[in-house]
Write a protein that binds this ligand. Structure first.
Ligand SMILES: C[S@@+](CC[C@H](N)C(=O)[O-])C[C@H]1O[C@@H](n2cnc3c(N)ncnc32)[C@H](O)[C@@H]1O
Length: 254
């Protein structure tokens, strides 16, 4: 079962229903991180860019942006949004484990637990390797990952979102042994004309990694971790504690 093909149709509206676009929560945090280390960026790649919200926000600041995602559904939303905004952003359909940008960039980002989607340590390692290969010397890699607390507290039970145009049902489970969480997504989407709804189902799977696993995988391909902080971006649920790590890393070597 594919993921993010059908969800792509309602992804931006669903995020707004949850309170805010995650990319727009991360945008100020990203700018602050770059300011703290006094780095100006001319080019970047957004890995697992989804519907392109962060890519568009960064392109508006004058950065040359490339977006990579494996879901054609997400990418077609991203392309339409960039066109509407009058921005020239190249969006590439590639797998993050093996992606290759047309040229090396100063910064690679990956947000909204996209790296958790890899599902294995091997996949994480391959992705870090590909990130290092696509960065300029001293290039930055900035990302967030869900931690175990996130899956234990939030990936349990069923959530239902009702919108005039769709109903979205997420049935979430977390397996403590495999460290894998699953979200079975059922979308009832209103047809363009008429009163009928179409039903789509897809499965999204994530895995959590320990900080040690992430440090080891980063350092094995020459990344130095500049800062790592635990955080919770959602004001409504800060009481459950940090649910994510925010990592700022610099590529060493050539
Ligand atoms: C939760 S969404 C995040 C999208 C975007 N970064 C955001 O902040 O809204 C996860 C994204 O990861 C993408 N993705 C998952 N596995 C991938 C892979 N192996 N290669 C490329 N993209 C992948 C999905 O298609 C989806 O767009």
């Amino acid at each position: 079962m594919n993921s993010y093909q059908y969800l792509a149709k309602v992804y931006d509206q669903w995020e707004i229903m949850m309170g805010a676009s995650f990319s727009m929560l991360m945008f100020p945090r990203l700018k602050e991180a770059l300011e703290k280390i006094n780095r100006s960026i001319r080019s970047m790649g957004d890995l697992a860019c989804g519907t392109g919200t962060l890519a568009i926000a960064m392109a508006k600041t004058g950065v040359q942006v490339l977006g990579v995602d494996h879901s054609e559904g997400m990418l077609s939303q991203a392309r339409a949004k960039a066109k509407k905004a009058g921005l020239s952003i190249t969006f590439l359909q590639q797998d993050m484990r093996t992606f290759q940008l047309p040229e090396k960039v100063d910064l690679i980002t990956s947000f909204y637990d996209s790296l958790n989607h890899l599902g294995t340590l091997e996949g994480l390692q391959q992705t870090f390797d590909a990130v290092a290969n696509n960065l300029n010397p001293k290039g930055l890699f900035i990302f967030d990952v869900n931690n175990r607390n996130c899956f234990e507290k939030l990936w349990q039970g069923t959530s239902v979102f009702h919108h005039e145009e769709f109903t979205l049902i997420l049935e979430n489970t977390f397996n403590e042994k495999s460290l894998k969480a699953q979200s079975l997504t059922t979308l009832f989407h209103r047809r363009k004309e008429g009163i009928f709804f179409e039903k789509f189902t897809e499965l999204c799977e994530e895995r959590c990694y320990s900080d040690e696993e992430i440090y080891t995988a980063l350092s094995s391909v020459g990344f130095q971790v500049l800062t790592k902080e635990d955080f919770n971006p959602f004001r409504e649920i800060t009481s459950i504690g940090p649910i994510k790590g925010f990592w700022v890393c610099e590529k060493g070597g050539p």
